[in-house]
Write a protein that binds this ligand. Structure first.
Ligand SMILES: C[S@@+](CC[C@H](N)C(=O)[O-])C[C@H]1O[C@@H](n2cnc3c(N)ncnc32)[C@H](O)[C@@H]1O
Length: 220
């Protein structure tokens, strides 16, 4: 297997090639998603990993496989769960909705949470922090299609609005505004609720600037 500057997984060239595959539909930004994960979690080794929206396991294959001690992978699509189980029998893959999941494994504390379901994310992430076993430092990676929803329907995710009936969000092109005014404040509230500090954070936008991919490191 080739080496890249992010580790011993596939090289950038191989990832670019994967990104161009016609069947690569729900992960068209594979390269940048993998890069974000490898950068924020470069120092992590042998972690318990929680995947919400594990899909066919692209993020597991390219970003987490070498770091994972135990992986719980949830998806609501049975075909994807079956395929993930087939390719990665060591992953604890379940057909389940991450926003209501309760069957947490005993004796495992998650150190990485990868929330890649798009759609309504924030209630499920709150649920995870309130109910799941996790430990610090905790690394979060999120694929947030809120800007796409704004572009299509003119609203931002309900939970980010914090009770305001209207949010003066400048528009889908202005992802800085989305992150600064809605997303980071939401994480500051979550961090404060659980006695955590946001140690570092990073984000990227996809080509059309309709999805924000971001990551945080949280510590006590
Ligand atoms: C962008 S794809 C994820 C790609 C995946 N992370 C990978 O590495 O290949 C989004 C996935 O989230 C799943 N999904 C959507 N809502 C979900 C929910 N509430 N709970 C669990 N999975 C969900 C979809 O079935 C879909 O497979």
């Amino acid at each position: 297997m080739a080496r890249s500057r992010f580790g011993s997984c596939e090289s950038q060239v191989q990832l670019c090639a994967l990104n161009r595959r016609p069947q690569q539909k729900d992960n068209s930004d594979l390269l940048r998603k993998v890069e974000l994960r490898r950068r924020i979690c470069g120092e992590v080794k042998w972690a318990n990993v929680f995947l919400a929206g594990s899909g066919f396991g692209q993020m597991f294959r390219h970003a987490w496989r070498d770091k994972a001690r135990y992986t719980l992978a949830l998806d609501t699509n049975s075909r994807k769960v079956d395929e993930l189980r087939f390719h990665f029998p060591n992953v604890d893959a379940r057909l389940a909705d991450f926003s209501t999941f309760t069957d947490w494994p005993s004796g495992r504390r998650f150190q990485i949470g990868d929330f890649d379901t798009f759609g309504e994310l924030y209630p499920g992430i709150s649920h995870f922090f309130a109910k799941a076993p996790w430990r610090t430092p905790f690394y979060v990676v999120v694929g947030d299609s809120g800007p796409l929803a704004f572009k299509r329907m003119g609203h931002v995710p309900h939970q980010l609005r914090r009770g305001k009936s209207r949010t003066c969000f400048l528009g889908a092109r202005d992802l800085d505004s989305y992150m600064e005014r809605l997303v980071w404040p939401w994480w500051e509230r979550i961090a404060a609720t659980h006695g955590l500090d946001i140690v570092c954070r990073a984000w990227l936008a996809n080509k059309e600037k309709t999805v924000a991919y971001y990551a945080l490191k949280l510590d006590a």
